[in-house]
Design a binder for this molecule. Structure first.
Ligand SMILES: [Zn+2]
Length: 237
């Protein structure tokens, strides 16, 4: 076989390289456009339709009108980081009988922010404390690993944005609402929350919780309700 040291192959190579560089520029542009905003303004939030969310159960609503959020509650997914909003939503709706994904926002390990449950309704993320608490979950298990710098930056910019939109006064970890019952959001994230609260102009802890959640609603959060059981209030699911 003879080699062909001609101009064509060199041109083809250059063309191919140019194509690669165009793809690189495009993906870096897309990546940048999804990076969190530096201050105040809305960070880029990947919408439910963009990530392919299932529609919520039609019975999901807030009888008292739009939810007034006083406390941000931070969670970890305690799942592999590759399990994203779709996997969490499927687990919540089809595994645990929730009416939608339980969290209001999801942040992956690249710092991408995903829209979760509508902010017009209660979440289902902190058993017995879902009235007025806005749930944000970071993908990963932070008992075992550290959140990524991208996740932390996005959490901070998302909270800063939400503080400007809702009457938030406090920030807490899930475990602060259920001490002894959960380690969520994991020690490596929990340790950062007091400082994050201070930097966001919020108090750290559960004192801002107004509630109370209607007593009839609490048992349904973690269990699928058998058909014979009384219908649980939508607020917990
Ligand atoms: Zn949690």
């Amino acid at each position: 076989m003879t080699t062909k040291p001609n101009g064509f192959s060199r041109r083809a190579l250059l063309k191919w390289l140019a194509g690669l560089s165009a793809i690189g520029a495009l993906s870096s542009l897309l990546y940048r456009s999804r990076r969190p905003a530096a201050t105040g303004e809305s960070p880029h939030i990947i919408s439910r339709s963009e990530w392919g969310a299932e529609d919520p159960d039609p019975s999901l609503r807030d009888e008292q009108g739009p939810e007034l959020f006083n406390t941000v509650v931070v969670h970890h997914s305690a799942l592999p980081r590759t399990d994203g909003p779709r996997e969490i939503q499927a687990g919540h709706m089809h595994g645990r009988g929730f009416l939608d994904i339980g969290y209001h926002f999801v942040i992956d390990d690249r710092g991408y922010i995903y829209e979760g449950r509508s902010l017009a309704v209660h979440g289902a993320h902190a058993s017995g404390h879902n009235a007025g608490t806005l749930g944000i979950v970071l993908l990963g298990n932070f008992e075992e690993t550290e959140p990524t710098p991208g996740q932390l930056a996005s959490l901070k910019s998302l909270i800063r944005y939400l503080v400007g939109k809702h009457p938030l006064t406090h920030l807490a970890g899930h475990r602060d609402f259920q001490p002894g019952k959960t380690v969520c959001p994991g020690r490596n994230l929990a340790a950062r929350l007091p400082r994050l609260a201070a930097e966001s102009g919020l108090k750290f802890g559960t004192d801002g919780y107004v509630g109370p959640e209607p007593a009839s609603t609490t048992p349904a959060l973690t269990q699928r309700v058998a058909p014979a059981s009384p219908a649980p209030n939508a607020n917990t699911r």
